[in-house]
Design a protein around this ligand. Structure first.
Ligand SMILES: Cc1cc2nc3c(=O)[nH]c(=O)nc-3n(C[C@H](O)[C@H](O)[C@H](O)COP(=O)(O)O)c2cc1C
Length: 330
């Protein structure tokens, strides 16, 4: 069975990428993922604030006056890839590249045009095969216009792009007013890959301590819906690779992602819950399903049920929406 695929020009032996998480924050853990069959990894993010704190160049251009910022600094996850002290982190990447054969995608997580962009160059020099940008900004300022915010995303991408030659993916969030247009703008600004989608840390309220909380909410296959929708809509519309992320937990989710038009998938929750060996069983089930249905390759199924090809385009659009809601019986 030919499971190979190409993501941003990177040849992958199968579509499974381990997404940014604590699982991709140590060389030992990444080696286990490789042994279990993963095709590539996205390293745990290095955050703009961490880089800039070290260089004392914190760029506040979006945060000026924000009361939330100091608090937000308290929310960094604890990670082990040298606790992301940036110089040490680069040394570990060099070591990692010697230890594994799969492509390594670094993850830069930030919002401004500050010193973290310089760091992209250093990541390239350290030998990463690509960079994934996670530009997540929560616009709490009611005067911040959507166009300005979107332009900030594009500016950050363009600035990184100007500084490196390796492929860049943007890990998008699904809450833009016009995700397809944002995807086009990212593509026009030079992104070779789009990760659909980031999963925001959830907000909750602690009723004992009467305080607000940020919590990680593990995904299930039911969370795949928006990823399928936008992958299906974007397939063949842009010259970018698409990577399905959020809710890809089983071999069936991978099949659906490929059929909607994705070139690869990222898995996190299911690997944290089941361990790296989950990849082996997912790949086994994937091959069994494909053999049973007489597929010979992953390429063959890519985009086969996208908006471009489907016999039921309404499923991806508004058309069916009223009927589904009004026909529902309980
Ligand atoms: C514990 C944990 C840590 C994560 N750390 C990062 C990170 O450093 N950078 C990032 O872009 N995404 C991070 N994510 C988000 C994942 O990469 C992924 O986008 C999200 O979990 C959705 O995929 P899933 O449904 O397979 O879990 C993290 C997720 C979890 C659960």
């Amino acid at each position: 069975m030919d499971l190979t695929t190409t993501y941003m020009g990177l040849k992958l032996k199968n579509p499974i990428i381990a997404g940014a998480s604590p699982l991709t924050a140590s060389i030992e853990s990444i080696k286990k993922l490789e042994s279990a069959g993963v095709a590539a990894v996205v390293l745990h993010s290095i955050f703009e604030e961490q880089i800039n704190h070290e260089t004392h160049e914190l760029d506040h251009f979006l945060f000026k006056g924000s009361e939330d910022y100091a608090e937000a600094l308290g929310f960094f996850p604890e990670v082990t890839l040298s606790n992301l002290e940036s110089e040490h982190y680069l040394e570990e990447i060099i070591e990692l590249k010697k230890s594994v054969n799969i492509p390594i995608i670094a993850s830069l997580n930030g919002v401004s045009k500050g010193g973290w962009i310089e760091y992209a160059k250093k990541l390239e020099e350290a030998g990463v095969d690509a960079i994934e940008l996670n530009i997540t900004y929560i616009p709490t300022d009611i005067n911040l216009d959507a166009r300005d915010l979107e332009q900030m995303y594009i500016d950050a991408l363009e600035t990184v792009k100007e500084n490196v030659n390796i492929p860049i993916a943007v890990k998008m969030n699904a809450i833009f007013s016009a995700p397809a247009n944002m995807a086009k703008r990212f593509s026009d600004a030079g992104a070779q890959g789009l990760v659909l989608f980031d999963r925001p840390v959830h907000v909750d309220i602690d009723l004992e301590n009467l305080n607000s909380l940020q919590v990680i909410n593990p995904s299930t296959s039911k969370d795949l819906s928006e990823t399928l929708r936008w992958s299906a809509i974007l397939y063949k519309k842009l010259d970018v690779s698409l990577c399905a992320s959020t809710g890809v937990n089983t071999h069936e989710d991978i099949l659906k992602a490929m059929m909607s038009g994705a070139d690869a998938v990222q898995m996190v929750t299911s690997l944290i819950q089941n361990g790296p060996n989950h990849i082996e069983s997912v790949l086994k089930n994937l091959v069994e399903w494909m053999e049973e249905k007489e597929y010979i390759s992953i390429e063959q199924m890519k985009g086969s049920i996208s908006l471009h090809h489907t016999s039921n385009p309404a499923a991806y659009q508004r058309a069916n929406y009223m009927r589904i809601l009004t026909d529902y019986r309980f």
